[in-house]
Write a protein that binds this ligand. Structure first.
Ligand SMILES: *Cc1c(COP(=O)(O)O)cnc(C)c1O
Length: 385
């Protein structure tokens, strides 16, 4: 399997050099837009590209208001803060995620509760969520969701659309409304992914996108909070920009704020990248189809989008038939200069999150032991030539 896989990937990328997991592609007006910010001196907190980038994301995702931030972690932090999460609160998320989801919680003094993933999406499982709540939570007299035994407040649910594959949001939304929980989507990996025709990150009250260098489009570093209404969006923007009341010269700030604003120079890169998003999505889908055909008929299972969704196929993944097969795939491909990676270590295995509450994590543990991520840079026909 592995020799054939290595040859297949090297042929795809038409190169014998090192093949990374994912690198950015700059094929549109990136240089032109970034240069224009330098020429104008507006590289920082003032300039037209931030508004323009927010408008482009609003148009593409059909969000009432999008607020650009310095990175995806800051977008999550802001979204959780706006959702009312405060010191001492609990927030339900999945153990199979990138650490940023939990770091955002940790730094607000909140704590994650880990619930299992579904095998369909590799994201938060609605059945596991419901079971966890029924066993471990109750609604108090004011309708606030509390943890049995300790009476800590459970405020929000944060599903993450793993590798771009949308979680089953309808079911999760229904559970959130029964339990009075705010739905905040970690859509960092899923720009261009749609759940039943609706863009991920826009079904919950808030969504967070990331434009880190390894994501489907990049601003160098950057993120975006997708807000469910214009008024909440305006407030979110206010909070991420030091909560300053506009005035020609006076300084007055009316609440605690963050300095999470995205610099104009990064937003310029984002505006140019948005012009290529549709192309990247087609190239990613083609690559995913090719991987799928490659693994067809073997005992390796290529991870496909759930049947209710359209995925951006941000990061391709395959499930190996055994733990040993996963180990040899990782070793042999990496030795052959083809970068592959296991999935993140489950969050409850990390020292800072090992004492967090959790439900059973059967699927998460199984996936952790069997999954390998494959090179996923969109392939331009001229790549490598
Ligand atoms: C990339 C990512 C983030 C945020 O990333 P930043 O590097 O801060 O932009 C958050 N959650 C998940 C699941 C991610 O993959």
């Amino acid at each position: 399997m592995n020799d054939k896989l290595i040859t297949f990937i090297k042929d795809k990328y038409s190169t014998q050099e090192f093949i990374p997991l994912h690198v950015p592609s700059f094929t549109a007006k990136e240089k032109e837009y970034v240069s224009s910010t330098i020429d104008s001196t507006f590289v920082s907190s003032v300039g037209k590209f931030v508004d323009l980038f927010e408008k482009k994301i609003e148009g593409y995702t059909k969000t009432p208001k999008a607020v650009a931030t310095v990175n995806g972690t800051a977008a999550l932090h802001t979204a959780l803060y706006m959702a009312g999460v405060r010191h001492g609160d609990l927030v339900i998320t999945q153990a199979l995620t990138f650490v940023a989801t939990c770091n955002a919680l940790y730094h607000m003094g909140a704590k994650p509760i880990f619930v299992d993933i579904s095998m369909d999406s590799l994201g938060l499982c609605p059945i596991a969520l419901e079971e966890y709540l029924e066993e471990n939570a109750y609604l108090d007299m004011d309708g606030v969701c509390k943890k049995k035994g300790t009476n800590e407040s459970i405020k929000a649910v944060v599903p993450m659309h793993t590798f771009g594959h949308p979680v089953d949001l309808d079911k999760i939304l229904r559970i959130c409304s029964v339990w009075n929980l705010t739905l905040v989507e970690d859509a960092a990996e899923s720009l261009g992914s749609f759940y039943k025709g609706i863009h991920t990150g826009t079904i919950g009250e808030f969504g967070a996108l990331s434009f880190n260098g390894n994501k489907i489009i990049t601003t160098g570093g950057g993120g975006m909070v997708l807000c469910g209404s214009e008024s909440i969006g305006a407030h979110t923007k206010h909070v991420t920009t030091t909560a300053k009341i506009p005035h020609p010269y006076e300084f007055y700030h009316d609440e605690p704020g963050f300095n999470f604003r995205l610099p104009n120079i990064n937003a310029a890169l984002g505006c140019a990248q948005m012009e290529s998003l549709d192309t990247f999505l087609i190239q990613k889908r083609n690559l995913a189809n090719d991987y799928e055909s490659f693994f067809k008929g073997s005992d390796y299972i290529f991870v496909k989008e759930p049947n209710y969704a359209k995925s951006n196929y941000w990061l391709n993944a395959v499930i190996c038939p055994s733990v040993e097969a996963r180990e040899t795939m990782l070793q042999e491909t990496n030795n052959a200069n083809v970068m592959t990676r296991p999935v993140w270590k489950l969050m409850h295995r990390l020292p800072m999150f090992q004492n967090c509450y959790r439900g059973h994590l059967k699927n998460s543990e199984w996936i952790e032991a069997h999954l390998v991520n494959l090179p996923s840079t969109p392939i331009d026909k001229v790549y490598g030539s």
